[in-house]
Design a protein around this ligand. Structure first.
Ligand code: SAM
Length: 272
């Protein structure tokens, strides 16, 4: 789906949803729940160390860094980082946060193309961001072209491709989300969004529909990503896990629910 002329750009929609004072932790299982967050942080440290061992340095591009929750961990692991943000208020905050750190460069990437040409990089990191990008396969392809031999690609916290999931899996996922939403306020917006989705109607003027782009597009196709990355990297691993906003449903779901979300790591970029 493309957004017609006269409609807000994806950058404007991202900015409305991730504006001044946006709380990135509130709706983010990978920040809120220690089981998900600790694994993610461990994976990032391992990745940076491995790339430094192989390439002698680790120049990372981190797409859609939000307020830099994971930038801190990449830095602690020893990376030099270019962070991109489509939301100007978030880019502004990142610039302020890291203004004295020579190892961080911040780019306000208005249309999502700057990251693809800013390299070369030793590693690409996308955390909870691919599902916001309409043509994520093209973006990933361009990022990989800008990754040097020995480098890596890492993404996490994207919803598994809906058409391969069972009705039970989708139902548990949506039910858990709805329960959490009940306790959050914004109930009217939640119900209106839900009704539009049940009717299959998506409003390209409305950030509630367009920013969470995976609902327009049925999740993120982890197998298409694997197919794209496999020729370029010697090692590839996909991890499927349950994640949801509510702490209670996270704890229960980790034991009994089918996976809803995936992370992916590709290692040892081959020579072109
Ligand atoms: C769900 S938030 C995740 C933020 C951060 N990675 C985290 O996990 O805390 C997604 C972020 O990606 C940004 N974004 C969306 N599409 C983008 C793109 N093509 N390039 C750069 N940033 C993008 C949004 O503005 C938003 O801040």
């Amino acid at each position: 789906m493309t957004i017609a002329a006269g409609k807000p750009s994806m950058g404007e929609l991202q900015e409305r949803e991730h504006g001044v004072g946006h709380d990135y932790a509130k709706g983010s299982p990978h920040i809120r729940h220690h089981t998900v967050r600790d694994r993610l942080i461990g994976d990032l440290h391992a990745l940076v160390h491995e790339v430094i061992d192989r390439n002698g340095q680790c120049r990372v591009v981190e797409l859609g860094a939000g307020h830099g929750t994971f930038t801190d961990h990449l830095l602690a692991a020893g990376a030099q980082i270019t962070v991109t943000e489509m939301s100007e208020p978030s880019a502004h905050l990142l610039r302020h946060r890291f203004q004295h750190n020579p190892n961080v460069t911040v780019i306000h990437d208005k249309d999502g193309t700057a990251a693809c040409t800013a390299g070369p990089f030793d590693a690409v990191v996308c955390i909870s961001v691919l599902h916001h990008i309409p043509d994520y396969l093209t973006t990933v392809k361009q990022l990989v072209e800008n990754t040097v031999p020995g480098g890596a690609f890492f993404s996490a916290q994207d919803p598994l491709w809906y058409p391969r999931r069972s009705p039970l899996s989708l139902g548990l996922d949506r039910g858990a989300y709805f329960l959490w939403r009940l306790g959050q306020g914004h109930l009217r917006r939640g119900i209106a969004t839900r009704l539009r989705r049940i009717r299959g109607v998506y409003d390209d003027m409305n950030e509630a529909d367009m920013v969470e782009y995976h609902v327009v597009r049925n999740g993120v196709d982890e197998e298409a990503l694997q197919g794209l990355l496999a020729p370029a990297f010697a090692k590839l691993e996909v991890q499927r896990y349950w994640s949801t906003q509510s702490g209670f449903m996270q704890a229960v779901g980790e034991r009994v629910c089918p996976p809803s979300t995936f992370s992916l790591v590709a290692r040892e970029r081959r020579s072109a």
